[in-house]
Design a protein around this ligand. Structure first.
Ligand code: PXP
Length: 237
């Protein structure tokens, strides 16, 4: 089974554009779960233009499915995560001013830093996933430094999907086989949508989780949130 985690950052972005608590992020999280989402993901960025640090304790109270906090492991981010103990923390190597995450970790170059960070999160009972490109040496290093899972950065897959989906999926399918062989759990996210999700799922054995934000809320504008979530769940059946 592949768990569907909805990234609710976009809802916070709309809320923040007006200053009042509308749309209500906590209601959105509850509704996503009631409509069938099996997890809620947030990505508090340093400029807090999306989900703010202050949102996290209230979300932790409300979320009843899997709570995943992703972000760059600055001291402020790690303190926030440790104080709120989500089920999973996904570490992402994004720069403070990144528009969105657009690269995976070089787990070889940053091995020492990541190892210490993973250990610190493990000490607090938090599962750790590393955002990563489908490169075997980096997967091996991720396993060696203690990561429980990796999250494939699927932006390049989504970019190429409409030109040649077999070529687009090939490096991910190969890396997924390798990850399975070394017992490294597989998540995936970025630019997944109703066009490309089913094919990704079909070609990635033991895909544990996808986190999807942008496309879910774009689709929800036309289809409604309940219908949209159920359509995504159907792609993952
Ligand atoms: N995974 C990570 C690490 C991300 O930074 C994001 C975007 O916040 C996503 C997944 C979800 O990407 P999208 O919004 O394109 O679905």
């Amino acid at each position: 089974m592949t768990l569907f985690s909805v990234n609710i950052n976009k809802v916070a972005l709309i809320r923040n554009s007006r200053g009042a608590n509308y749309p209500d992020l906590l209601k959105t999280a509850r509704d996503c779960e009631n409509f069938g989402a099996q997890g809620i993901t947030v990505h508090p960025r340093p400029d807090q233009r999306h989900v703010k640090y202050d949102d996290i304790p209230a979300l932790k109270e409300v979320v009843t499915t899997e709570f995943n906090i992703e972000g760059y492991p600055s001291e402020a981010f790690l303190s926030l995560v440790i104080a709120n103990k989500p089920h999973q923390c996904t570490l992402v190597p994004d720069l403070p001013d990144a528009l969105t995450s657009d690269d995976g970790w070089d787990t070889i170059q940053h091995q020492d830093f990541l190892k210490k960070t993973v250990q610190r999160l493990h000490d607090h009972g938090i599962r750790v996933s590393l955002f990563i490109d489908p490169i075997e040496d980096r997967l091996y290093a991720a396993k060696e430094l203690g990561a429980d899972r990796i999250e494939f950065y699927t932006g390049p897959y989504a970019d190429q999907y409409h030109q040649d989906r077999d070529t687009a999926i090939a490096p991910f399918a190969k890396a997924a086989k390798y990850a399975n062989s070394i017992d490294l759990g597989i998540n995936a996210g970025h630019d997944l949508n109703l066009d490309n999700l089913k094919f990704f799922k079909a070609n990635i054995p033991n895909l544990l989780e996808v986190s999807i934000g942008h496309a879910v809320f774009c689709d929800a504008l036309y289809l409604g949130l309940k219908n949209t979530i159920q359509l995504y769940l159907r792609e993952l059946e």
